[in-house]
Design a protein around this ligand. Structure first.
Ligand code: ZN
Length: 306
């Protein structure tokens, strides 16, 4: 049987919020079967929790923020992407401030942190959200869709006429039955044009942004020493974001995601559209010898495999 997973023991780290610029301590703790993923703010008067679910998304400006009442948790997408990559179903994530630390701008530090304490199988069956018919959402020229697929496949295309972006792939399709999330996706960092930073600062965003946690792009060059980690790092980061946003569905998706110029807002709109159409998905588990779709066994994510 494919089982639910949590971490073996608590693990902690300190970083800064990329938008707030504030220092934050993150503690991840094991959670029981079927508990799901929950954020807990420990700096509020009484500890306040916010479930990592699409219904709690309250803002999608440059990152994904979830809220419950007046308690918010910002920039959840990279951590959730890492948790999807490691197949973590149940976890308590405590934060000492309003934002998940940005670390190096990718999901890799969260993968390393969790691997340092280990992952344990629980006894309950892992639940997948299987797409049974296509759902598409649009916003201007941007669109995002989920459709049936035996496994999980994700494609992304962005359109930007810029001398730097023009030098690298703007499209990627990854089938995670034969692609390692940890190796091929998790290290892709956030990126942005240096000249757009003042605009972000004007709306209190990117206050903690630096070359330590993002790829900075100037007129016709990448500012960071060492350049890119992957030749297609830009488009891979967009996939990393989409995977994190989709994990707010509460269960890993069995299906295919296709994004065209989409971002956090459209990803969340897609999640809501899907959840509204109860005939477009079901929840499935897999026993010892069960197979799905065209006959390939579902791969349980492993740090080295999925
Ligand atoms: Zn991102």
């Amino acid at each position: 049987m494919l089982c639910q997973r949590t971490i073996r023991k608590p693990v902690h780290a300190i970083g800064i919020g990329v938008h707030s610029g504030r220092k934050v301590r993150i503690s991840m703790r094991p959670a029981g079967e079927n508990a799901g993923i929950t954020f807990v703010r420990t700096d509020t008067e009484a500890p306040a929790s916010v479930p990592a679910l699409a219904q709690f998304v309250s803002d999608t400006t440059l990152s994904t923020t979830i809220s419950s009442g007046n308690v918010q948790v910002a920039t959840v997408e990279h951590l959730l992407s890492a948790l999807w990559g490691l197949g973590i179903d149940n976890l308590v994530i405590e934060l000492s401030a309003e934002e998940v630390p940005i670390m190096d701008g990718s999901a890799a530090p969260f993968i390393d942190l969790i691997n340092s304490v280990g992952i344990v199988n629980q006894s309950a069956a892992k639940q997948y959200l299987r797409i049974t018919r296509e759902i598409e959402v649009k916003q201007g020229d941007a669109r995002a869709l989920l459709r049936p697929y035996a496994g999980f496949k994700a494609s992304y295309t962005f359109v930007a006429d810029h001398p730097v972006y023009n030098r690298y792939p703007k499209q990627a399709t990854l089938d995670f039955s034969c692609t390692s999330y940890c190796d091929e996706v998790s290290r892709a960092r956030s990126f942005g044009l240096v000249k757009e930073l003042p605009q972000a600062h004007a709306i209190n965003r990117c206050l903690g942004s630096s070359l330590h946690n993002a790829i900075g792009i100037e007129d016709d060059q990448i500012v960071n020493d060492g350049g890119l980690r992957y030749n297609d790092e830009f488009v891979k980061h967009k996939l990393l974001d989409a995977i994190g946003d989709l994990y707010l569905l509460g269960r890993p998706v069995l299906g295919e995601f296709v994004g065209f110029m989409s971002g956090h807002a459209l990803n969340n709109k897609l999640a809501h559209a899907l959840l509204r159409c109860e005939d477009a998905w079901d929840v499935v588990t897999f026993g010892e010898n069960e197979r799905h779709g065209v006959g390939e066994p579902i791969m349980q994510p492993e740090a080295s495999v999925f």
